[in-house]
Design a protein. Structure first.
Length: 213
């Protein structure tokens, strides 16, 4: 699942997908009922031949099969693009051996088509595990850093209703009016902003949802 937050033109950093990879991945997993980690899929792209670059407009949503191989691409447009690719988990494991074919989900039917079978009695040989991607762990760490940084800022200014900057020569269009309870800084505005946000909060702002370029 890919949420698109900015228009993406061809060669603009859109995600690449291998449209014929569902069967490739399905057959690979059928050969490994013990399970595999993500590194086991790296060589499968060489077995695929039908590739597409997903483009779209801000607000579009791309839904793809969980067995579809996909990867980032280079952004040659010079225009930043913004997307997120959140994890979407199934409510229950897929079942490829249903008594009634009408009960199969579209996702299950695509796998059976890749296996060239009308049914497959898959039985895992090891217990299922929940694997958290390294990217998700990093995003969680950044969120915690941001919370701590914001808490420190809130503690520093908890007795103030606002933060106010004294005017300089270039501020003549904004007359100096200090509201009651305001904290006044004599330092230039940019210096204060750097002081407040150059720590973990600033790094947290540069999360994985970042423009390609």
């Amino acid at each position: 699942m890919i949420f698109i937050f900015s228009d993406i033109k061809p060669r603009g950093g859109g995600t690449f997908g291998a449209l014929d990879s569902i069967g490739v991945v399905a057959r690979f997993l059928a050969q490994h009922p013990e399970g595999v980690n993500s590194s086991g899929f790296k060589t499968l792209a060489s077995e695929c031949h039908d590739f597409i670059e997903w483009t779209g407009n801000a607000g579009d949503l791309v839904l793809m099969h969980p067995y579809m191989l996909h990867a980032v691409s280079q952004n040659h447009s010079g225009i930043p693009r913004f997307i997120i690719n959140p994890a979407l988990s199934l409510a229950e494991p897929m079942n490829f051996n249903r008594a009634n074919r009408d009960d199969y989900s579209p996702v299950e039917l695509a796998v059976l088509k890749g296996l060239e079978s009308t049914g497959y009695d898959f039985q895992p040989t090891t217990p299922r595990r929940i694997i958290v991607p390294a990217q998700a762990e990093e995003q969680k760490r950044l969120r915690e850093e941001e919370k701590l940084a914001l808490a420190r800022i809130n503690e520093r200014f908890r007795f103030s209703s606002s933060i106010y900057f004294k005017p300089h020569a270039h501020d003549h269009l904004h007359p100096y009016r200090q509201p009651p309870g305001a904290i006044t800084f004599n330092e230039p505005r940019r210096q204060i902003e750097r002081s407040l946000f150059r720590g973990p909060a600033a790094r947290a702002g540069r999360s994985r949802m970042a423009p390609a370029g």
